[in-house]
Ligand binder design. Structure first.
Ligand code: BES
Ligand code: ZN
Ligand code: ZN
Length: 491
């Protein structure tokens, strides 16, 4: 989809047009700021008893074409999220009417022009997505809108930059959604390894790829153990982007890449059919480093993804076995379905030791417990570093990829004790939904990060959901890409 800015008169454009209105504007416009389109629709809106609530929409035919009047709700409640949602509502109506090109009047609201333009563009782009490549009936395919022209008062370079940022970050989000939702036999660990190779080439990134033989040689036995029942070869992907050669700072973003999670021999009794999305973390870090390179962000980033399938079969890892991790710590595999933390533990320890990042952030569809705690709107976030948490929260607010801070409760570490090894991979308290199950998973990971400032984001809820919520489609949501990009894009 092309989205462009123009200072041209919207009344003179040949396109149908979107007009966003707050409830207050509907009642009384300040004379000076009354948009041209408003005169054309005022009487009709009265007859239609249009209230202007968020979600309200009316298509009004006028002598200058159709005007899609879209409510923004109350001004005092208006945020960038309101605009993203309203843009989604308008775009879906546009698409249903099979309109290919549309103009939109930028609303006059109490946000900066930059915030307004970005929010509208993000809302349009994130909404103009559907996972419909496997639908054969033409009618059941989504009608993508090809072009939006946003009409503003005065053009400037800063706003053009904002639009580019929106395009690159939303394209990366939509790419993540495709990778998440597609069949796990297609997006398998070998596919993702090849994907990383292509990305390294096209975006001039440094790549280190550890295949099965190299994982064995280096002793990343936790990753190997998770993958030993699969016909696909496991890999550890490490991609480097150096956008600031003068800085010693470098952040590792580490994504869980379980391309399918059957649970292993502790086979899943629920939710298995969604487990092609258990590589969401890997998809996010790959798409994020791609976008960071395209945007030429002035940051040094290492994208890390253990990509491996948790399968069942005669060679699958057995519950109760003991594995020596890359860090040297031995792990009793109390449950083969707690595989994400195993793969991540080796990945975190390996990158920490060999790349010496100044910070690490991991993203993972790690626990059902976080879905119970927070639902699908927010990811759970744990951190050993206050400043990282503060910056992540700020990025959550600007991007709309919301997080909620959770505690690294030291006292619960004893839940992970093992009688046979240095640690167990599950808590011994599994009664009543697992007793702080998402926190014990975070505490397990903390054992492998040493002193490096670290944050862990559990996206089991926010990353995937069967229901559409405004501009977030069902299945893979792409949550996390725009969060990370906004985090890196901070001053
Ligand atoms: N991939 C799952 C977590 C998950 C559940 C993601 C639902 C998305 C939706 C993870 O590997 C898992 O199975 N976790 C177990 C851990 C348990 C065995 C300690 C869980 O949450 O039940
Ligand atoms: Zn699992
Ligand atoms: Zn899993």
């Amino acid at each position: 989809m092309r989205i462009g800015l123009t200072s041209g008169d919207i009344a003179k454009s040949n396109n149908d047009a979107i007009l966003f209105l707050t409830q207050e504007q509907l009642k009384a416009f300040k004379k000076s700021s009354k948009p041209v389109l408003y005169d054309l629709v005022e009487d009709s809106l009265e007859q239609l008893s249009f209230k202007g609530k968020l979600g309200d929409i009316e298509v009004v035919p006028t002598k200058l074409g159709r005007v899609i009047v879209t409510g923004l709700g109350k001004e005092e409640k208006l945020t960038v999220e309101t605009l993203r949602r309203a843009a989604h509502v308008a775009l879906r109506t546009t698409s249903k009417m099979k309109i290919k090109a549309i103009s939109a009047a930028v609303p006059d609201v109490s946000l900066t022009e930059k915030e307004t333009v970005r929010a509208l563009s993000d809302g349009f782009r994130l909404s103009n997505y559907e996972f419909d490549q496997h639908k054969s009936e033409k009618d059941s395919k989504y009608n993508r809108v090809a072009e939006v022209k946003i009409h503003i008062n005065k053009l400037n370079k800063e706003l053009e930059k904002t639009l580019l940022y929106s395009k690159v970050s939303c394209d990366a989000t939509n790419l993540t959604r495709d990778l998440q939702t597609e069949d796990g036999d297609v997006i398998n660990s070998e596919y993702l390894a090849k994907f990383a190779q292509k990305l390294a080439k096209s975006h001039k990134l440094k790549l280190k790829l550890l295949n099965r033989a190299k994982l064995k040689k280096e002793g990343l036995n936790l990753i190997l153990g998770v993958g030993q029942g699969s016909r696909f070869e496991p890999h550890l992907i490490i991609l480097e982007y150096n956008g600031d050669k003068r800085s010693k700072e470098k952040t590792a973003i580490v994504g869980k890449g379980i391309t399918y999670d059957t649970g292993g021999l502790d086979i899943k009794v629920r939710w298995m059919a969604d487990m092609q999305m258990d590589m969401s973390g890997a998809a996010i870090v790959l798409a994020t480093i791609k976008a960071a390179a395209e945007l030429k962000l002035k940051k040094n980033i290492i994208a890390v993804a253990p990509v491996v399938e948790n399968a069942v079969g005669q060679s699958a890892q057995k519950p109760g076995c003991i594995v020596k991790s890359y860090s040297g710590k031995t792990v009793e595999i109390g449950n083969t379905d707690a595989e994400g933390r195993l793969a991540l533990a080796d990945a975190l320890a390996y990158v920490n030791k060999n790349y010496k990042p100044t910070r690490m952030i991991d993203l993972a569809t790690l626990t059902g417990a976080v879905v119970v705690a927070l639902g699908h709107n927010r990811a759970g976030a744990w951190s050993t570093d206050e400043e990282m948490m503060f910056k992540l929260k700020a990025a959550a607010e600007t991007s709309g990829d919301l997080i909620w801070e959770m505690p690294l409760e030291d006292d619960y570490e004893e839940y992970l004790k093992s009688k046979k090894a240095d640690t167990n991979n599950i808590s011994s308290y599994r009664t009543f939904m697992g007793l702080a199950g998402s926190t014990t998973a975070a505490l397990f990971l903390r054992k492998f990060v040493k002193d490096t400032p670290w944050a862990h984001i559990d996206i089991a809820g926010a990353g995937m959901f069967e229901k559409r919520r405004f501009y977030r489609p069902p299945n893979g949501t792409g949550f996390g890409v725009r969060l990370l990009l906004d985090y890196f894009n901070q001053k």
